[in-house]
Design a protein around this ligand. Structure first.
Ligand code: SF4
Ligand code: SF4
Length: 480
């Protein structure tokens, strides 16, 4: 049940708050101030109104007709979006439309050349990137993992691209030091949807984190022949841009179906939107971008470890010092823009996993190893050898979470690192884990005592709470 009118009527704290604002005497005071109270007799009536449930400001009232006059008898239906001015064919003279776009290109060129703050190449590239996914402006090929060579086509109608490159403007590509480039990408990444970012140089070691089907050739630009399962990168200096995609910790307090579907899988959806935006951004700066989407590049946890976004944990997933295991994925985009690399980290997490074992204890399918120490593994066909860690039995996990009703993300929900900042595992605890591993067992016990990381309540759902109390995307109020 949503909160009833009665509950609002008896909520004295709101009334007190209004009094503090000097409007607590009801409509009288408001009237004196020249403000309409929307026909309420007093404050109680105002707060008892159904408007309160909708969270309209108290000075806004619902009316039967909108404040714009409508002649419904003569009201015309519009044929569709193709009839709007977004379609050049709908202009009396389509050339006028293209003239506007050409003026836009010319002014962008001038602004970039004049280095006008806020109208630089990176500003333009970011603006274009954030248009990705809007209507028919996604670019015909951009959503394909290896494509991007031709982002001009608009599948819906003849329309100039929204994704320009420096060549389109006749300006040089963006030039910055690796440090400046990393800083710039972190800013753009946060705006586009990454919680954090790290950067890995591709070398003889880290290239082994790519899918085996990815090869290198002495070509200026990479290419793909998907029908031959062939994906080629240019054999030159390349960096992996590793972007942390958060998921809703808030949503994970609910039933496992809820946390799985609305936290886990929704984050993959957001991740791929983000990845395409990042590709548009990099190309808009004059650089190449490959992959990005969730299955296009290689071992994402591995890149997460090498870029220092977290440590490899018992559950076979990345554990971040800031986000715990509440990371849906680390997306990887390969670029030729020089980046300042970020190194792997040691926050005491892998060591803590030896004492903790909570994810293993709580895993309903028994997929997570309870071995105290990490081990060399990778013997199953769907695993890859090469790390001394806790290899999990993904088959058991899939069987449980995809094979019937349950769904699951419990290993992430229960991890002591997966907490809001104000929770028990605050920075002091994190410092202890990093510096005093002897306390690890005690800290794990403390996590239990404080009641964190319990099995989700199967009866608890978000349907009854006030919708306006739900964090947007479930992300607000977390470190994401
Ligand atoms: S998702 Fe659930 S079943 Fe799979 S490893 Fe995690 S806790 Fe176990
Ligand atoms: S629950 Fe414990 S053992 Fe599992 S990943 Fe988190 S810290 Fe490591």
């Amino acid at each position: 049940m949503t909160k009833s009118k009665k509950e609002y009527h008896s909520t004295t704290s709101r009334r007190d708050f209004m009094k503090m604002l000097g409007v607590g005497a009801g409509a009288v005071g408001l009237g004196a101030a020249g403000v309409s109270a929307g026909g309420f007799k007093d404050l109680d009536e105002m707060m008892a109104s159904p408007l309160a449930e909708r969270h309209l400001p108290f000075w806004v009232k619902e009316v039967d007709e909108p404040t714009v006059k409508i002649d419904w008898d003569n009201f015309e239906m519009f044929p569709g979006p193709e009839g709007t001015l977004f379609n050049p064919a709908s202009w009396e003279n389509p050339k006028d439309y293209f003239d506007i776009y050409n003026r836009n290109i010319a002014s962008t060129k001038k602004n970039v050349q004049d280095n006008v703050p806020g109208l630089s190449l990176k500003d333009r590239a970011l603006a274009d990137a954030n248009c990705w996914g809007w209507g028919g402006r996604s670019g015909a090929d951009l959503s394909a993992p290896w494509a991007g060579a031709d982002v001009k086509a608009n599948p819906q109608w003849e329309h100039p691209t929204m994704y320009y490159t420096p060549e389109d403007y006749g300006v040089p590509k963006h030039e910055g030091t690796p440090e400046e480039n990393s800083r710039m990408l972190r800013t753009a990444g946060r705006i586009m949807g990454a919680a954090d970012m790290g950067f890995v140089k591709l070398d003889e070691k880290t290239k082994k984190l790519l899918w085996g089907k990815i090869t290198f050739e002495n070509v200026e630009k990479g290419y793909a022949e998907p029908e031959k399962n062939k994906f080629v990168l240019p054999d030159k200096d390349l960096w992996a841009v590793c972007s942390v995609i958060p998921q809703s910790l808030w949503m994970q307090q609910y039933t496992e179906r809820m946390s799985w579907a609305s936290s886990n899988t929704m984050s993959y959806s957001r991740a791929n939107i983000y990845a395409n935006r990042l590709s548009v951004f990099l190309r808009g700066l004059g650089y190449q971008a490959y992959g990005g989407n969730t299955e296009s590049i290689g071992r994402l946890v591995g890149f997460g470890v090498m870029s220092g976004m977290g440590e490899y944990g018992r559950a076979g997933i990345l554990v971040s010092p800031q986000y715990g295991t509440n990371i849906r994925t680390v997306l990887v985009t390969i670029t030729d823009m020089p980046m300042a690399v970020t190194k792997p980290i040691d926050a005491g997490i892998a060591k803590f996993c030896q004492a903790c074992k909570k994810c293993g204890e709580m895993c309903p399918s028994g997929a997570i190893s309870m071995e105290e120490k990490p081990f060399w593994g990778g013997d199953a066909a769907w695993q890859a050898k090469g790390i001394k860690g806790w290899y999990m039995d993904s088959k058991k996990c899939y069987d449980f979470m995809l094979g019937g009703e349950p769904d699951c993300s419990r290993c992430q929900t229960v991890c002591p690192f997966t907490k809001y900042d104000e929770a028990v595992l605050h920075d002091l605890i994190r410092i202890s884990i990093a510096k005093a591993p002897a306390l690890d067992s005690a800290i794990r016990k403390m996590d239990d005592v404080f009641g964190y990381g319990k099995e989700p309540d199967t009866k608890k759902t978000p349907w009854e709470i006030d919708p306006m109390d739900i964090p947007l995307y479930g992300l607000d109020n977390s470190r994401s």
